[in-house]
Design a protein. Structure first.
Length: 187
């Protein structure tokens, strides 16, 4: 796995062997960032369920101002730190080695304003639904924040998340998974 574009382009990233992590392939990552290319520069980027940190690191490489990585698995969190150091993004990065619910609460009132919230939780466990419900009223997201959820291709999350106060923006499907894009409804 590597950084696709930007200041850290072509740098190789480490991953961990685990049944709980599922690295996003370079091809899917490239497709995702082609869709996000004009939204990434200058923003704060939140990478929930970070795994190796490849998505947040790609955002930093492409010009995000700061990135916050949330990963509960200690080995994966250590891997993220190694990848951040390797790419020289230490000053722009915060790694929260904790569960996503605690992290979402801890970030409130800390001065972040996320332009993009990306989450790639374990499939079919409902974590993205709980995260979207909790994050809705936090001070670091608003109607300009783009939420991107990576999900199993057969998981129909759009209607349920829309009922929480979000609007479906688009859906991009791949062979076995998809990216679903939402924005928070205006208050």
């Amino acid at each position: 796995m590597r950084v696709i574009a930007g200041s850290a382009r072509r740098l190789l990233l480490k991953t961990i062997d685990s049944v709980d992590t599922r690295p996003t392939t370079d091809r899917i990552k490239e497709t995702l960032f082609n869709m996000l290319q004009f939204e990434v520069p200058g923003i704060d980027f939140l990478d929930l369920f970070s795994g190796s940190g490849a998505i947040g690191i790609e955002a930093l490489s492409r010009g995000s101002r700061r990135a916050v990585f949330v990963e509960n698995n200690p080995k994966a969190a250590a891997c993220i730190n190694e990848n951040i150091e390797h790419c020289k993004f230490g000053e722009q990065s915060l790694v929260l080695a904790t569960d996503y619910m605690s992290a979402l609460n801890r970030l409130n009132g800390k001065g972040y304003r996320f332009g993009i919230v990306f989450m790639d939780p374990p499939y079919n466990r409902g974590f993205e639904r709980k995260a979207m419900q909790l994050i809705h009223d936090m001070d670091y997201v608003d109607e300009n924040t783009l939420f991107v959820i990576e999900a199993d291709i057969n998981d129909d999350i759009a209607d349920e998340i829309a009922s929480m106060g979000y609007t479906l923006q688009r859906e991009k499907t791949y062979k076995t998974n998809k990216h679903v894009f939402f924005k928070k409804n205006k208050e």
